[in-house]
Design a protein around this ligand. Structure first.
Ligand SMILES: [Zn+2]
Length: 289
């Protein structure tokens, strides 16, 4: 958790500097289902608005400084207030608007472990008012008129409280941060994430999808089953490359110096570089069974 806070602090100066330039864009990718993205700078993870006939739900809510402009934007997108918020995981670039939305009447749903972690430190949810009101273990299903949204917990992946949202009728999957598309993933070992759980979770999403499925990643652009496959292949190969050096008896600094992930340098972004991923792979592979 502390590391995550440091990471978010590292991002903060850029975010603050760009605050005035960050806005939100909604795209209706299937009837009533909108992909919501920040534009103009880093404005948190990809979100979605689910505008049903009688109720409106939303997936994730960016960061605290952007909560007010986000609420204004998505209320206009939906044409009505947001009834339910679903958090895909505990990070402050996905839960940051919770308190602000809750103050306007939105009920926040999240995995049990998200609430546990936010009880320790609610700042990533905008304060104690952002704590989830309804929590779940394996999952929960929303029935919003024609939109059915199945929230499914996948264990020990990006964190220990991840959920994906599957829309079986609309053929969409929101993967939360179990997918960073065409960029290196952040796997939060300090919040219960594991490399092998992450790969397993990605394979489960792949198995749920068909060639027409639209897949919303937590970060990166909207993709599909083939795009997800290329991300899985990259991570599986990266794991093997680092594992081969561990099996030779090399220590983490020597492995970093050997730069085994050099071929994937195009996946570098922000603070998630090949060195960082190498260190994450090393740590996860040498502490997991
Ligand atoms: Zn995250």
């Amino acid at each position: 958790m502390k590391k995550l806070v440091l990471l978010l602090v590292a991002l903060a100066p850029a975010a603050v500097a760009l605050d005035a330039e960050i806005s939100f864009k909604s795209t209706e990718i299937e009837p009533g289902i909108f992909l919501v993205e920040a534009v103009g700078g880093f404005g948190g993870g990809n979100m979605a608005v689910l505008a049903g006939e009688d109720h409106v739900a939303m997936i994730d809510d960016s960061m605290p400084p952007l909560a007010e402009s986000l609420l204004t934007h998505v209320t206009a997108t939906a044409g009505r207030p947001i009834d339910f918020m679903i958090n895909t995981h505990v990070h402050g670039d996905h839960t940051g608007g919770n308190a602000h939305f809750a103050a306007s009447g939105t009920v926040v749903f999240a995995h049990d472990n998200i609430r546990k972690r936010l009880l320790d430190d609610p700042s990533g949810a905008g304060g104690p008012g952002g704590l989830p009101v309804v929590t779940f273990g394996d999952g929960v299903t929303f029935h919003l008129g024609n939109i059915e949204a199945r929230v499914i917990h996948l264990p020990d992946a990006h964190t220990d409280g991840d959920a994906i949202i599957h829309f079986p009728n609309a053929n969409i999957i929101h993967a939360g941060d179990i997918l960073f598309h065409a960029i290196f993933p952040f796997i939060d070992l300090d919040s219960g994430g594991t490399v092998d759980g992450y790969i397993e979770a990605q394979k489960r999403i792949w198995a749920m999808a068909d060639d027409d499925t639209k897949i919303i990643p937590g970060h990166g652009s909207l993709t599909d089953k083939a795009g997800l496959k290329s991300d899985i292949d990259m991570l599986v190969e990266s794991r093997e490359l680092v594992k081969a050096l561990i099996d030779k008896g090399m220590g983490v600094d020597d492995i970093v110096a050997a730069n085994p992930l050099a071929k994937f340098d195009s996946f570098n972004w922000s603070f998630i570089t090949s060195e960082r991923v190498t260190r994450t792979l090393y740590r996860s592979l040498t502490t997991e069974k």
